[in-house]
Write a protein that binds this ligand. Structure first.
Ligand SMILES: *Cc1c(COP(=O)(O)O)cnc(C)c1O
Length: 409
């Protein structure tokens, strides 16, 4: 590292205040609704889940919405309801969370990876084309970091080859492509309300479906394969028998989760604006550093600003990505890695024979990427601390005119 004048460096973040990566912003409204739920005695799937589904459906301008206990469950059921099964191939991106790929495996199909566009980090339609075979049944695009995929390209391929589309929108609650909400392009759109996601219920998920019969089958599969809304069978209009019509799963959302989600959803746009502000702040604060920052959002899209990630190329930055991670943690800043590329994990390599060299862009990104905190919960002082820690780590003094924190605060 180059030598630096310590006097120019801002003070380090206090050691007793580790900045947790991805901490959700929980307010009194959620807390009160959870208390209300507990006092009502109705904790499981019930009226709050029904309200949350309807509010989310309206927010996304979708036909049908089914709440589940995770996005992983949403992906799994979407593939099953889409008719994907043994003997089928499903194409997805080499740069995603493992759940995307596992859902394909659990549906009984064979996952096939396509490399990403090195600029957007989204699945590249030109790479998809190279992977289509007679057995290809569906495409699972992931709107990575909240940046919408090239849906024109993907829809065109799906139409020409009669493929289903299941969108993984785990990062992309607020995203739009040419004015249309993501998650409404495909046959199904899958959302996550995991603790670090843009809408957080701890654990939770939602599926958007185009067709009513698909949504109905999804509900049945999510609750043991029972034919009626089972929560009704305990209500005051009398006991109702249910029938098991297929071997289902236990994937339903609880009212306790929906109680949190309802108020997270009510503030989704406020939180989005705050994350956009922080994203812009990082963009200008790092413009002179020897790192690769994300490109601006594409025209006629709405980015959901879920992740802000920079690439640490050791040749340019003078340190490895993992050295950078260690230095940030030592300065009390929680960071993330999204993601080590799928072909780098031993299970997939052994099971499918995937070679990292076949996915150069995803693999290089996975080796160089670092995600910085980007939560609406961050104060301006937190953001200053992240900026200062990044610059300090790379040996860059703070920029002129950068705000400095008053001692201790
Ligand atoms: C978080 C995530 C999932 C899984 O979401 P869960 O709700 O935790 O099951 C799937 N895909 C991507 C891209 C994710 O980031």
């Amino acid at each position: 590292m180059m030598s630096i004048d310590k006097a120019l460096l801002p003070p380090q973040r206090p050691k007793d205040r580790f900045l947790v990566f991805g901490a959700p912003l929980i307010e009194d409204a959620e807390i009160q609704e959870v208390v209300d739920c507990l006092k009502s005695g109705w904790l499981g799937t019930g009226p709050k889940v029904a309200r949350f589904e309807e509010e989310f459906r309206k927010y996304k301008r979708a036909h049908h919405a089914v709440a589940l206990n995770s996005c992983t469950a949403a992906l799994h059921l979407s593939l099953l309801v889409a008719g994907v099964g043994p003997g089928d191939e499903v194409i997805t991106t080499a740069l995603t969370f493992c759940a995307t790929v596992n859902a394909i495996i659990h549906a009984g199909a064979t996952p096939v990876l396509a490399d990403v566009d090195p600029r957007t980090l989204n699945i590249d339609p030109r790479e998809i084309v190279r992977k289509i075979t007679a057995r290809t049944r569906a495409i699972v695009p992931v709107h990575f970091a909240g940046r919408p995929c090239d849906m024109d390209g993907i829809l065109d391929l799906a139409r020409r080859h009669a493929l289903k589309i299941v969108e993984d929108c785990a990062h992309a609650a607020e995203a739009e492509y040419r004015g249309q909400p993501v998650g409404t392009f495909g046959d199904f759109g899958c959302f996550s309300f995991y603790a670090t996601k843009n809408i957080a219920t701890g654990e939770g998920g939602m599926v958007l479906a185009r067709r009513e019969e698909d949504a109905a089958r999804m509900k049945t599969l999510a609750l043991h394969g029972m034919s009626k809304d089972a929560w009704k069978r305990f209500s005051d209009d009398g006991y109702r028998h249910y029938q098991v019509v297929e071997a289902g799963f236990k994937y339903n959302m609880m009212d306790l989760q929906a109680a949190i989600g309802l108020h997270q959803l009510a503030r989704v746009e406020t939180a989005w604006r705050r994350r956009r502000e922080i994203w812009d702040r990082y963009q200008s604060a790092f413009s002179d550093l020897p790192v690769v920052a994300p490109p601006p959002p594409e025209l006629s899209t709405r980015h959901s600003f879920h992740l802000y990630s920079i690439l640490i190329d050791p040749d340019r930055a003078g340190m490895s990505r993992d050295e950078f991670l260690g230095a940030m943690t030592a300065q009390n800043i929680g960071i993330g890695v999204h993601y080590v590329a799928i072909p780098e994990h031993p299970f997939y390599r052994d099971r499918f024979g995937w070679q990292p060299d076949d996915y150069p862009h995803a693999v290089r990104t996975g080796r160089q990427t670092v995600s910085l905190p980007l939560s609406a919960k961050l104060s301006d002082a937190d953001v200053d601390d992240v900026v200062a820690a990044v610059r300090r780590t790379l040996g860059y003094p703070s920029k002129n005119g950068q705000r400095r924190r008053e001692g201790g605060g």
